[in-house]
Ligand binder design. Structure first.
Ligand code: AMP
Length: 422
């Protein structure tokens, strides 16, 4: 970096007084800091500027590019971005808590009006993204941050993508598995805003139940959990399903009444939930339609954000998932119609009806991988970050599961010699 730039970046860095670590994401540590110029408390995400091939830089670039376009009360504000000592620093408004901490705090009682308010803010942030042709692709409760004023904001746009062109191909390895839409689990590469709606439905269900609804232990098991909950989809319900790249046929099971899973929910809540959990993404309700659903206009009115119950301290119980969920028996995978993958049922597995594949398909690794976005250099980034250092190659995102690292590495080596779109 030229000397003057180094001087500038040090000057910017000196402006922020680093405090404690707030958390650690896939790409770096997040610190609490004080902006000595404004006195404002901020959160600084420090991202290592590694070699171009490790994907880190592109993730940061994507997050900056997307966030600087998105200005909305329900989207996290990127205040600043600057390089310093080999790291890229993203400065965000500080958020006290997140929705996962709220859901898991047993001292908090969530009334129907509170649930409505949290869901409404989630959908408003998402509607704004979709209006700007941005898919979030990583919607889950701990990416929904909550400010001191109770406002919920979508955060972690590292996986977000621009969408719009109908034949555009994306990676399906997005979202934490429990929030992944069935079309993604069946390997679709062409998907739209419906994937965020499905994830929002999972969050809605989690607000009602105070635990995740669909806790699959593998992609196949995830589909099994989905089908056990909502019934195995019939081709008439979702005509395109059988043409999806990883489609496998599941034994038919019928759906238990939704009411039996959510005994306390209102009829309006259940109606909206079922529309958000529609199998065929073409028939799934849009975020805007969901916001216009009568659930939001019927009583009780959503709680004012400033009156919402929140956990006492940030990060109290962010690191583990509740394990008290007794998963439904999943339907049996019958046969993969066009693939040689052999699928068997492990009868003595810890979770009962656990499915596994003997020949593991390339798609069945547990990794969040970034699809390439290559829309050129951005003109009005908050700070003088020189994007030319990022190059233009779409990067992989590192795997979350260390056991899958070498598998992912092999896959990524292949992807680098492929043309621009995955
Ligand atoms: P991320 O890399 O965005 O997943 O962030 C990692 C962790 O840092 C999150 O789980 C939060 O606990 C924390 N964090 C991220 N952004 C903020 C923020 N703006 N304010 C407070 N904490 C944050």
């Amino acid at each position: 970096m030229p000397e003057f730039d180094q001087f500038l970046s040090k000057k910017v860095a000196d402006r922020y007084l680093k405090r404690e670590v707030l958390g650690e994401g896939t790409y770096g540590v997040v610190y609490k800091a004080i902006d000595t110029k404004s006195g404002q408390t901020v959160a600084i995400k420090k991202i290592r500027l590694g070699k171009h091939s490790d994907g880190v830089n592109f993730t940061a670039l994507r997050e900056i590019k997307i966030l600087k376009e998105l200005k909305d009360p329900n989207i996290i504000e990127l205040i600043d971005a600057f390089p310093h000592k080999g790291n890229l620093h993203l400065v965000f408004e500080f958020m006290e808590s997140d929705l996962e901490a709220v859901i898991r705090d047993r001292n908090i009682v969530l009334s129907p009006a509170d649930v409505k308010s949290y869901l409404q803010m989630t959908l408003k942030g998402l509607a704004y993204c979709h209006k700007k042709w941005v898919l979030h692709r990583d919607m889950k409760p701990n990416n929904l941050l909550i400010g001191a004023d109770g406002q919920l904001k979508l955060a972690d746009f590292g996986l977000a993508r621009l969408f719009g062109s109908p034949d555009r191909k994306f990676t399906h390895q997005v979202f934490a598995r429990w929030y992944r839409a069935p079309e993604l689990l069946f390997g679709t590469k062409q998907y739209g805003a419906g994937v965020d709606v499905w994830a929002a439905a999972c969050i809605f269900a989690e607000l009602l139940l105070r635990r995740p609804l669909l806790q699959g232990s593998s992609d196949i098991d995830q589909l099994g959990k989905i089908f056990a909950t909502f019934g195995t989809p019939k081709p008439s319900q979702w005509p395109d399903m059988i043409y999806l790249p990883d489609y496998v046929e599941y034994q038919y099971v019928s759906a238990p009444p939704l009411r039996s899973l959510f005994p306390m929910a209102s009829d309006d809540a259940l109606d909206l939930l079922s529309k958000m959990f529609t199998y065929d993404p073409k028939s799934r309700i849009t975020v805007q339609q969901a916001l216009e659903h009568r659930y939001f206009s019927s009583i009780p009115a959503p709680t004012k954000p400033s009156s919402l119950p929140r956990p006492a301290r940030k990060g109290e119980s962010l690191n583990s998932k509740p394990s008290d969920f007794n998963p439904h028996e999943g339907p049996v995978v019958l046969s993969p119609p066009r693939k040689s993958r052999r699928v068997t049922v492990q009868r003595d597995g810890l979770e009962g009806n656990v499915h596994y594949t003997e020949k593991v398909d390339d798609h069945f690794y547990d990794a969040r991988q970034v699809a390439g976005e290559n829309t050129g250099r951005s003109e009005n980034v908050p700070m003088s970050v020189d994007f030319s250092i990022f190059g233009s190659k779409p990067p992989p995102r590192p795997t979350l599961n260390s056991a899958d690292r070498s598998h992912l590495k092999r896959k990524l080596d292949l992807e680098f010699i492929q043309p621009e779109r995955e």
